[in-house]
Design a protein around this ligand. Structure first.
Ligand SMILES: NC(=O)C1=CN([C@@H]2O[C@H](COP(=O)(O)OP(=O)(O)OC[C@H]3O[C@@H](n4cnc5c(N)ncnc54)[C@H](OP(=O)(O)O)[C@@H]3O)[C@@H](O)[C@H]2O)C=CC1
Ligand SMILES: O=CC(=O)O
Length: 320
């Protein structure tokens, strides 16, 4: 029996490619910088499966992919996929939930600590030989422990953040979500708040929703104005859940204290972006899940989804 042609468009471990090659004929692009990347459109014409993350899979792309039957994201977020259009065409889509929860929560906590204790700024000062010349109180930060954390989006990752914040740092947990989460209320003593009330109460506001029509621009000028002047805002979701211009203004005018950001409207973030000029923001290059161990698990889960599908089974983490 001939093996179905598939495209892997993101760098994955050789073990993942070997596993896929057992059931599929793989065309591999380590990094796809553009859909007109040499050879990609030709491969797309024959492809029955696509595996990777971030590629915008919309009607225009699907017009170029007449044989496509499955799209496997190596990410939990799937805002790159036009799900309605895929469904209309009977194409299955999968993502990688759960396996990255702990790693992304570590990143979010790292951003909270780095922003509160000004780690990147002070690292730079030490390297510039300023230790000993600056008065020590100019390097003071703010405490994280026992403060109030407001989590917007109490899903898999939100819960892993709450776990760390509650039991590691003794924080008081508030949350806002599309639906109530009795288990989180029970486990972390998390209290449900409407969005505006949460913004006014929290010392740390952490945004962890998917990017959807209902969350695009969820945090804008008005929402930023509701936060405390001492608030630290963390975005681990997607850049477009926040009005970035309004966030820059709030940080510049210090109407909020600081921010820690892993995601941006334009990625990679341009080197001359206004955010890069601010010393009260910690910037990370969308590395929430980026450890070797977790990225391997994510790629393997995507590969298992694809393999199950070509073998006539239901993929384990199908988007419904
Ligand atoms: N920075 C990074 O590297 C990473 C970023 N992410 C981002 O994080 C997102 C969340 O991941 P994950 O926790 O696994 O997803 P989950 O689906 O487990 O959780 C998302 C939560 O957001 C809630 N939610 C959805 N829409 C709204 C809304 N309009 N208002 C309030 N809450 C809402 C959901 O509510 P309900 O329970 O009612 O559905 C759910 O509880 C991903 O979609 C991705 O965009 C993920 C991984 C890494
Ligand atoms: O941003 C990463 C994801 O898994 O979603």
């Amino acid at each position: 029996m001939t093996k179905p042609n598939i495209i892997v468009y993101k760098k994955v471990e050789p073990a993942v490619l070997e596993y896929l090659a057992e059931t599929c004929t793989v065309t591999y692009f380590e990094k796809l910088t553009d859909v007109v990347y040499p050879g990609f459109l030709d491969a797309l014409k024959e492809a029955e499966g696509l595996l990777g993350a971030g590629l915008k899979v919309d009607r225009a792309l699907l017009e170029q992919a007449p044989r496509l039957r499955i799209v496997c994201n190596t990410s939990v977020g799937y805002d790159n996929l036009d799900i309605e259009e895929l469904k209309r065409r009977g194409i299955v889509a999968t993502n990688t939930p759960e396996v990255l929860n702990e790693t992304v929560a570590d990143t979010v906590i790292a951003l909270m600590l780095a922003a509160a204790r000004r780690i990147p700024e002070l690292d730079a000062a030490v390297r510039k030989d300023l230790w000993g010349t600056e008065p020590s109180d100019s390097w003071y930060g703010v405490d994280v422990h026992h403060k109030t954390l407001g989590i917007i989006g109490m899903g898999g990752i939100g819960n892993a953040i709450a776990q760390r914040a509650k039991f590691g740092f003794g924080m008081n947990i508030l949350y806002h979500n599309r639906s109530r989460k009795p288990e989180a209320e029970e486990r972390f003593g998390a209290r449900y708040f409407e969005l505006d009330e949460l913004l006014g109460e929290a010392d740390f506001v952490c945004l962890m929703t998917p990017l959807t029509p209902s969350t695009a621009g969820l945090i804008g000028k008005r929402e930023l104005s509701l936060m405390k002047p001492s608030a630290i805002f963390i975005n681990g979701s997607r850049g477009a859940t926040v009005d970035e211009a309004a966030l820059v203004e709030a940080l510049e005018k210090r109407t909020i204290h600081a921010a820690g950001l892993d995601v941006f409207v334009e990625e990679p973030l341009p080197g001359d972006h206004p955010l890069t000029r601010l010393d009260n923001v910690v910037l990370a290059p969308h590395i929430g899940s980026a450890t070797g161990e977790t990225r391997l698990k994510m790629a393997m889960l995507a590969a298992e989804n694809l393999t199950a599908f070509v073998q006539g089974q239901t993929p384990p983490t199908m988007i419904r």
